[in-house]
Design a protein around this ligand. Structure first.
Ligand code: PLP
Length: 656
C-alpha cells in the first residue's frame, strides 16, 4: 500500500484501510467502517467511492512540480495544465477539476463533439473566462462552429488540427461566423513509446500531421493571412510512459518543431505535451507496465528544461507549457469496494472430520484394480487410501523437511485417488472424501507451520498456483475494471479489513458475469516482476461479509466499462470538502446512489444486479444518514451526525 497508495491510503493498526483524501496529515476515513455504515443505511456494495479532494491534491502536486522546475531552470514562461475529459466524464469529478484547478488556471481538453458540448455547459455555468480549452478528436463543420462559439463565450478554445483535411473545415467555419480561431497543430512525432499505448505515436499513428503536412498547413495559413491564429503545437505519444528517457526524447523532437513553427512566422504561444504521465499501479517504482521509474518532479524538470534549452538556442520566447494528464490526476480518486459472495470450493472451508471420512469409505472388491491398489486391497486394506492419508495426517510434525514430505505424500495419494476413480475403483463420494482428506492434510501442514514458524512447502504458499481458490466477487470486470480484461492492466486489490490477520488463501477472483473472461487472475507484484497468479486473501467466515477494494480506478474504467450481461450503475458515494467559516475544510460523505456517467443505450440503464434498487437505496440511505455524514479528524472511528445543511447537500447531490 505505501508503494502505490501515494499516502492517500494506508493500513490501520486494527487492520483496516484508511483513506486520507486531503493527503498525508489530513483526516482519515476508515473505509471498512464507512462501508458498513453505508450498508446499514441501505447502500449496498459494490460501492464506488469518489474522493474528490484527492484530485485537488494531485492537481496541486503537479502544479507545484512545474513551479519548482520553472524556478530551477529560470524558465520565463508558465505552466497551465488541462484535464482530458475523456479520462472520466463524471460531473462531480469535472466540477472538482474546475474548482481545484482555478488557482492554477487549469483548463480542460475535449476529444469529441459530445465532450465539447458538455464542457461548454459546465464552463458557461462557472462564469470563468479565459479558460484554456484544447479541442482534439475527429471534427466536422459543426464541431468547428462550436469551438468558435466557445471563443465568443470567453473561453480560450483552441482547435487542434489532427488531420490535414480539418483545416479547410475550420477556415470556412471561421469565415461563416466571422471569428478568428486559435489553431493548434497535432504533430506525428517519430519518437515512439514502447508500452501498450505506443501506437499513439510514430508515422502510423491515428492522429497528427506529418512534417510535409505541417509545412502545407503553415503555407495555407500564411496565404489566408492567418499565421497569427496558429498558436499551439500539440503531441501525445501515448499513455502510461514508464521511463523518463522517453519523455526526454519526445520533448527534444517537439521543442525543435515548436521553434521551427515560430521561425516560419506563426504566432506560437503554447506547447501542449499531451498525456502520458504514468501511475505506479504496483508501487515498485520500476519500468514495468504497471509502474513508473520517475517522479512527478523528474517529469516536470524534463519537460521544462527541454523547452527552455531549445528556446535559448533559437532565441525564441518561451511558450506556456500545457500537459493533458488524465491518469496521473484522477486515478487515485476512485475506489471500488466490493464483497466476496462465496467461493465455489466452500466445502473446503469446513473442518474435515478425519475419523468420519475413514469410517465411511468403502473400496469395492469387485472392481479391476491397479497393481498397487490390488495388492493393497488383497492385503486386507480395503480402506487403504484413506488410511494412508490418515497416516500422513497424523505424522505431520513441526519440521520443515517433514512438512514438505507430508505435502508430497498427500499430493501423491490424491493423484492415486483420481487414478482409482478412473478405473472405477472409487465412487464419486469416495473421491470426494479423498479430496477432503487432501485439504485436511494441507490445512494441518499450514497450521503446524504457522505454530512453529516454519516455511510452508512452496506449493502451499498463499500465492502458489496449485492451491488457488476462486472467490466469486460482487462485481463485473467488464463494467468496473475493463482494462484488466482488455489490456491486462493491473490494479491494486486489497481487503479493506482483517489486515492484521495473516492471509492464508491464495485466491483468484471470478466476477458475476457469465463470461469466462470475467475474472482477475493476475495481480500486482510489489517487487515489479511478473504479475502474481493469486492474491493472498483470508478464509471466508460464516455470516460475515468480506470486503475487497479495487484501487486507482479513477480514469478510463468508468467511461469504458460496458454493460455486458446488463451490469449497470453502481451505488456511488462522493467524498468532498465543505469549507467552514474559518476556511477549514471538513470532509462530507454524500451517498449519490447512482453513478453519474452511464453509457447505457437506453435511458433507464439497469442497475448492478446485486445492488439495491437505486432509488430506494438513495432514499433509504438519506433517511438513515439524516443530517448527512460529516467527517473531521474524529471521523476515523465514527461519523458524527452533522447539521441540516449537510443533509441538504446530500439531497442536492442525489437530485443534481
Ligand atoms: N491527451 C490525449 C490526446 C490522449 O489521447 C490521452 C489519452 O490517451 C490523454 C491526453 C491522457 O493521457 P493520460 O491519461 O496518460 O494522461
Amino acid at each position: 500500500v505505501p508503494g502505490w497508495g501515494d499516502k492517500f491510503f494506508k493500513a490501520s493498526d486494527d487492520g483496516h484501510i484508511l483513506v486520507a483524501p486531503q493527503g498525508e496529515g489530513g483526516p482519515t476515513l476508515d473505509l471498512y467502517a464507512l462501508t458498513e455504515q453505508l450498508t446499514v443505511a441501505g447502500l449496498r456494495a459494490p460501492l464506488l467511492f469518489r474522493f474528490l479532494p484527492i484530485v485537488g491534491h494531485r492537481i496541486a502536486k503537479l502544479n507545484a512540480a512545474f513551479s519548482a522546475a520553472i524556478e530551477r531552470f529560470e524558465y520565463q514562461g508558465t505552466y497551465n495544465g488541462v484535464f482530458p475529459v475523456k479520462a472520466n466524464h463524471d460531473k462531480s469529478l469535472i466540477d472538482a477539476v474546475l474548482e481545484y484547478g482555478t488557482p492554477h488556471q487549469f483548463g480542460l481538453e475535449v476529444g469529441s463533439k459530445a465532450e465539447l458540448v458538455m464542457v461548454m455547459a459546465r464552463l458557461a455555468g462557472t462564469g470563468r473566462r479565459g479558460v484554456n480549452l484544447v479541442c482534439n478528436g475527429f471534427k466536422d463543420a459543426e464541431y468547428m462552429e462550436l469551438v468558435l462559439h466557445c471563443r465568443e463565450l470567453g473561453m480560450n478554445a483552441m482547435v487542434v488540427m489532427e488531420q490535414y483535411s480539418e483545416l479547410d473545415l475550420l477556415l470556412s467555419a471561421a469565415r461563416r461566423l466571422g471569428v478568428r480561431p486559435s489553431i493548434g497543430i497535432r504533430a506525428k512525432l517519430t519518437t515512439r513509446h514502447a508500452g501498450h499505448w505506443g501506437s499513439t505515436s510514430g508515422d502510423k499513428a491515428k492522429f497528427g500531421l506529418r512534417a510535409r503536412e505541417i509545412v502545407g498547413a503553415v503555407n495555407t495559413l500564411a496565404e489566408e493571412g492567418m499565421l497569427d491564429c496558429l498558436n499551439l503545437l500539440h503531441f501525445h505519444v501515448g499513455s502510461q510512459i514508464t521511463n523518463i528517457r522517453m519523455v526526454k526524447e519526445v520533448m527534444r523532437e517537439a521543442s525543435f518543431l515548436y521553434a521551427e513553427l515560430v521561425q516560419m512566422g506563426a504566432t506560437m504561444r503554447f506547447i501542449d505535451c499531451g498525456g502520458g504521465l504514468a501511475v505506479d499501479y504496483d508501487g515498485s517504482f520500476t519500468d514495468s507496465h504497471a509502474s513508473m521509474s520517475y517522479t512527478l518532479q523528474h517529469y516536470a524538470n524534463d519537460v521544462v528544461s527541454a523547452v527552455q534549452e531549445v528556446c535559448i538556442q533559437r532565441s525564441i520566447p518561451p511558450p506556456t507549457i500545457i500537459t493533458e494528464s488524465g491518469r496521473a490526476l484522477a486515478s487515485h480518486a476512485s475506489v471500488l469496494v466490493f464483497d466476496v459472495l462465496n467461493t465455489p470450493e466452500c466445502l473446503h472451508e469446513k473442518r474435515v472430520e478425519q475419523e468420519e471420512v475413514v469410517e465411511s469409505i468403502e473400496i469395492r472388491d469387485d472392481k479391476p484394480l491397479t497393481k498397487q491398489l490390488r495388492a493393497a486391497a488383497r492385503s486386507g486394506k480395503g480402506k487403504f487410501l484413506l488410511m494412508t492419508f490418515k497416516e500422513v495426517y497424523d505424522n505431520i510434525t513441526a519440521d520443515a523437511f517433514a512438512l514438505r514430505e507430508a505435502y508430497n505424500d498427500a499430493s501423491y495419494f490424491k493423484d492415486e485417488g483420481v487414478r482409482a476413480f478412473k478405473l472405477g475403483v472409487l465412487s464419486l463420494e469416495e473421491r470426494a472424501q479423498v479430496d477432503m482428506m487432501f485439504d485436511a492434510a494441507c490445512e494441518r501442514i499450514r497450521e503446524v507451520a504457522r505454530e512453529a514458524d516454519l516455511p510452508l512447502p512452496d506449493a502451499l504458499r498463499p500465492d502458489a498456483v496449485p492451491h488457488t481458490k476462486m472467490y466469486h466477487v460482487n462485481l463485473s470486470v467488464f463494467r468496473s475494471a475493463v482494462d484488466s480484461w482488455a489490456i491486462q492492466q493491473l490494479f491494486p486489490i486489497v481487503p479493506i479489513h482483517r489486515l492484521e490477520e495473516e492471509p492464508t488463501v491464495a485466491a483468484t477472483l471470478a466476477d458475476l458475469t457469465c463470461d469466462s473472461d470475467g475474472k482477475v487472475d493476475r495481480f500486482i507484484n510489489p517487487r515489479g516482476g511478473d504479475p502474481l497468479p493469486a492474491l493472498p486473501l483470508h478464509p471466508l467466515r460464516n455470516g460475515e461479509k468480506y470486503y475487497l477494494a479495487l484501487f486507482l480506478t479513477g480514469v478510463y474504467q468508468e467511461v469504458m466499462g460496458s454493460i455486458h450481461n446488463m451490469f449497470g450503475s453502481l451505488n456511488t458515494v462522493v467524498v468532498r470538502e465543505a469549507r467552514g467559516q474559518a476556511g477549514d475544510a471538513a470532509l462530507v460523505v454524500e451517498p449519490a446512489a447512482v453513478q453519474g456517467c452511464e453509457p447505457a443505450p437506453c435511458a433507464d440503464a439497469p442497475a448492478h444486479p446485486m445492488a439495491d434498487d437505486a432509488s430506494s437505496a438513495s432514499s433509504a440511505s438519506l433517511a438513515a444518514l439524516e443530517g448527512g455524514m460529516e467527517a473531521d479528524s474524529a471521523f476515523t472511528a465514527t461519523h458524527a451526525p452533522a447539521d441540516g445543511a449537510a443533509a441538504a447537500a446530500a439531497t442536492a447531490a442525489v437530485h443534481d
